[in-house]
Ligand binder design. Structure first.
Ligand code: FAD
Length: 499
């Protein structure tokens, strides 16, 4: 075996949605990034179909939202089972809906962006070894017959549920299996369903139909009386039978191009970081597909980690900034596991009390008002909030909506002119919003965009707001002194002389 050596600032293992978003962000910020992917070709196996509002906001902050929306169908409500619907139309966002589009479209857009920004993606390269010291990380990968050694300052394991990186770090992945023997197939239908997503459940199981948009449909079907191992053969008649009983008809499904049987686990790594190595996406957490959260959560992990790694590589990350990846994202992962676990247990309920709860939720679906509104915020990802200091301004750690701005400087779609916050975030920097004179931020001009609120008399009249590159408030204060503002900038953006 020959041995080649390559080096990068950040090495990402896995070219799924999580790794590709991260790679695009890092490359856009001028970081040398390499992605190692064991599959030789691109994946044609779509798993996720739902892109939620907060994820679309992250795509908007990268100039990709309109293109992604054009690939799918927006749905303004999500039906869970029976009459139980989560209404999304009232969500406070530019994207008050869930987008139904195959995962392959999402990955394609993210890959194009990453390559255009200069990321290197090496396919057919499987990571097999990893060692780190104070200076960096050494990763061994097999590329055909050749062994390649990659060196990087940081490594991110975005290598999915069976993460090699997690195993090499010795990080456990505790949890349990929640649903087994779920049948998947890609089929054609003789009759087009009335709804974009068709979901139904009965005493014995459930079925789900989603369109790829090109005439093919994904069917997912489960029956509690047919529990077989993942390797047991599948047949179209079995899938049709379960679908007919759960949905009332099978829409004439035929011509399966692909069928599989899978089981779904609920697991989470206790640590998302070990020294210079991080875990993100399914490598850090996995759960049932109920609620369509997995890919969305992985993409949010990537959006949270990318700007912190940029700061570390450019040498201005304040102490402990990288640790906030764990303190911010681990609780979100835990909450997603709990919510999707509750949903799947309710859907599969057998015990009389749980079935009674499901019937009650379904029967009173229309009067669930505030609970349903909270459910919509949770499912959409808009309700996520990161921890903030006890004495911090109430906005600290909160998602900031798409504010109208003016006088954007020095970056943004229209420098000096009007714009939106999520356009300003496309520079990959912090955004400082204030009606006051903004020259206090001049020493950090390479890390921050400044702007004034478009309505000088609106809610932010006297408030100075510092928004992180991922769209959450880092800091806010009412009428701060110049010294207080500079202290906040130094806390979040490091010393101006670093980097
Ligand atoms: C049936 C089903 C339906 C789903 N529906 C939804 C949904 O509607 N909405 C939603 O948000 N989520 C959904 N999910 C979950 C979603 O598909 C995953 O959460 C998402 O793909 C995770 O992305 P990732 O980038 O973290 O990992 P992955 O997509 O798994 O990518 C990991 C990559 O790492 C590569 N890799 C692994 N090991 C190595 C190695 N040693 N060296 C190099 N490369 C390696 C793999 O080849 C792979 O390409 C669903 C999942 C299933 C199973």
């Amino acid at each position: 075996m020959t041995e080649k050596q390559q080096s990068s600032d950040v090495l990402i293992v896995g070219a799924g949605p999580t790794g590709l978003l991260l790679a695009g962000d890092l490359a856009t910020a001028g970081v040398r990034v390499t992605v190692l992917e064991k599959r030789a070709g691109e994946s044609d196996l779509t798993r996720a179909f739902t892109v939620h509002a907060r994820t679309l906001e992250q795509f908007d902050a990268r100039g990709l939202a309109d293109e992604l929306i054009a690939t799918g169908s927006p749905l303004s409500s999500l039906r869970l089972f029976g009459r139980l619907r989560i209404e999304l139309g009232g969500l406070p966002t530019r994207f008050p809906f869930v987008l139904i589009t195959p995962q392959s479209h999402t990955e394609r857009l993210l890959q194009e962006r990453a390559l255009k920004a200069g990321a290197t993606i090496l396919r057919g390269t499987e990571v097999t070894g990893l060692r780190q010291d104070a200076e960096g990380v050494r990763v061994e990968a097999g590329e055909g017959a050749a062994a390649v050694v990659h060196r990087a300052r940081y490594v991110v394991g975005a290598d999915g549920v069976h993460s090699t990186v997690r195993d090499l770090l010795g990080i456990p992945f505790p949890g349990e299996s929640v649903v087994d023997s779920v049948l998947l197939a890609d089929v054609r239908l003789e009759r087009t369903p009335d709804e974009v997503l068709t979901v139904g459940a009965n005493e014995n199981g459930f079925a789900f139909l989603a369109p790829f948009g090109d005439g093919w449909y994904r069917v997912i079907a489960w029956d509690r009386s047919r529990r077989l191992s993942d390797s047991a053969p599948t047949s179209l008649s079995e899938i049709s039978d379960i679908t007919r009983r759960a949905l009332g008809e099978d829409y004439g499904l035929h011509d399966a191009r692909w069928m599989s049987r899978f089981h779904s686990d609920e697991r989470q790594a206790p640590n998302y970081r070990s020294g210079r190595v991080f875990l993100a996406g399914d490598a850090a957490h996995c759960h049932s597909p109920a609620g369509g959260q997995g890919m969305n959560t992985g993409l949010q992990d990537a959006a949270n980690l990318s700007w912190k790694l940029v700061a570390a590589v450019h040498g201005w990350a304040p102490d402990a900034l990288l640790d906030t990846y764990q303190t911010e994202r681990h609780p979100v992962g835990r909450a997603v596991l709990r919510a999707s676990g509750a949903l799947v247990r309710l859907a599969l309920a057998r015990s009389a009390p749980t079935r009674a709860l499901r019937s009650a939720l379904t029967a009173f679906a229309d009067s669930l008002g505030p609970v349903a509104a909270q459910g919509a915020r949770t499912v959409s990802g808009l309700g996520i909030r990161y921890p903030a200091a006890k004495d911090a301004h109430p906005l600290a750690g909160r998602r900031i909506p798409d504010l109208r701005l003016t006088g954007l400087h020095p970056a943004g779609e229209q420098p000096g002119g009007p714009g939106r916050l999520y356009e300003a975030l496309r520079a990959g920097r912090f955004v400082l919003v204030s009606n006051d004179e903004l020259s206090a931020a001049d020493p950090w001009a390479d890390r921050v965009v400044t702007a004034a609120p478009a309505d000088p008399h609106g809610k932010l009249r006297d408030t100075v707001l510092l928004v992180r590159p991922d769209g959450y408030a880092a800091w806010a204060a009412v009428d701060p002194s110049r010294g207080e503002l500079r202290a906040a900038l130094a806390q979040w953006l490091g010393s101006p002389s670093d980097g």
